[in-house]
Write a protein that binds this ligand. Structure first.
Ligand code: PMT
Length: 324
């Protein structure tokens, strides 16, 4: 038994994590991903001129899928539009952080909030001389999105990596965490992605499309090991870690967030309820529960603005304490 939480012993958990990675399909372009991470982290740790090293945050965003077939036709999905992760990324960059944005393909992207749903088709038109131009009334929004996005990428402060399946997500998260290990307390994990709790192990998965003629489907899903403990214990032990807790029943939300804080030794857990998640969240720490609300006097305000402000303050105090 683990004396800290009274439930899970450490050895079997590590074995579960090892077996998850051993049985996962190999990550495409792992070497390329690791190279990009190394360059991004090096660049932000030793900026040109006399600048001090930037803090680096890994923001995870969107939901993971669980494939049911190796040549996947069907999959189980997790709800998350990616709005929280994308918007938080903008505020972290504004606060001077370098961001590794690990996102689900097809979900919300930073700096695109004020664009229509299908920006390419709705914002642009072909003029008579076959050049492409921005249509009114989208000109200002497109200009702002393009210039802010360009500034973040060209300045070397935003690295985007994408995933779809739970296998890709966890393998990339591990690579990111191990690349960030040497940043010590300057590293932050902001884990807003909705991660699958159950999966079909690759080796026991059907190769081809499951046939409906075979009758009702009987399938065994096994538990995805919680990676938060591996992250804290081995991958990046000095990093400042923020996890999320989403519930639809407000009566159990704070209790579950407190449990997660203690069990995985997170620095903060952001508790949110599905229906009010864009209005308010409660940040649970070792001795506080802080309600964070968006500024309701401003129509286009985000709850992420005060949330990131709070996190940056707490992270600064953590960095200072770690230096003593
Ligand atoms: O994207 P939006 O539409 O804007 O919505 C944002 C959000 C509601 C998705 C976001 O604010 C949020 O709450 N994300 C976490 C949702 C969730 O499903 O939590 P969970 O209970 O599955 O996981 C809790 C924590 O454990 C997460 O930080 C997750 O990264 C981590 N986890 C989960 C499963 C697993 N096997 N390993 C993990 O480490």
């Amino acid at each position: 038994m683990d004396s800290r939480n009274g439930s899970v012993s450490e050895a079997p958990l590590d074995a579960e994590i090892e077996s998850f990675f051993d049985s996962a399909p190999p990550l495409k372009d792992r070497a390329g991903i690791i190279k990009k991470l190394k360059e991004f982290i090096e660049y932000n740790s030793t900026p040109p001129g006399k600048g001090s090293p930037r803090r680096v945050v890994c923001v995870t965003s969107g939901g993971t899928t669980v494939p049911l077939e190796q040549r996947c036709v069907r999959y189980i999905d997790n709800f998350s539009s990616g709005h929280r992760g994308a918007t938080s990324t903008e505020y972290f960059i504004k606060a001077g952080y370098a961001v590794i944005f690990l996102y689900r393909r097809g979900t919300f992207q930073p700096y695109c909030q004020s664009l229509p749903e299908d920006p390419l088709l709705e914002c642009f038109e072909c003029s008579d001389d076959s050049t492409i131009q921005v249509r009114q009334p989208h000109t200002e929004a497109v200009k702002r999105a393009v210039s802010d996005h360009h500034a973040a990428i060209a300045g070397g402060h935003l690295l985007k990596l994408s995933f779809t399946t739970i296998f890709e997500y966890l393998q990339i998260l591990q690579s990111i965490a191990m690349s960030m290990k040497d940043l010590g307390s300057l590293a932050v994990f902001y884990l807003a992605a909705a991660v699958s709790d159950f999966y079909v192990p690759w080796k026991s998965m059907a190769e081809h499309k499951i046939q409906s003629a075979s009758g009702p489907l009987d399938m065994r899903l096994v538990q995805v090991p919680k990676m938060l403990s591996a992250l804290k214990k081995e991958w990046a032990p000095m990093a400042f870690c923020i996890s999320f807790k989403l519930e639809t029943d407000s009566k159990i939300l704070l209790e579950k967030a407190e449990m997660a804080l203690k069990k995985y030794r997170m620095h903060m857990v952001v508790a949110n309820e599905l229906s009010t998640r864009k209005e308010e969240v409660t940040v649970v720490t070792g001795n506080e529960k802080i309600l964070v609300c968006r500024d309701k006097t401003q129509a286009d305000s985000d709850v992420e603005e005060p949330l990131i402000e709070l996190i940056v303050g707490r992270h600064s105090a953590y960095v200072k304490d770690s230096d003593l």
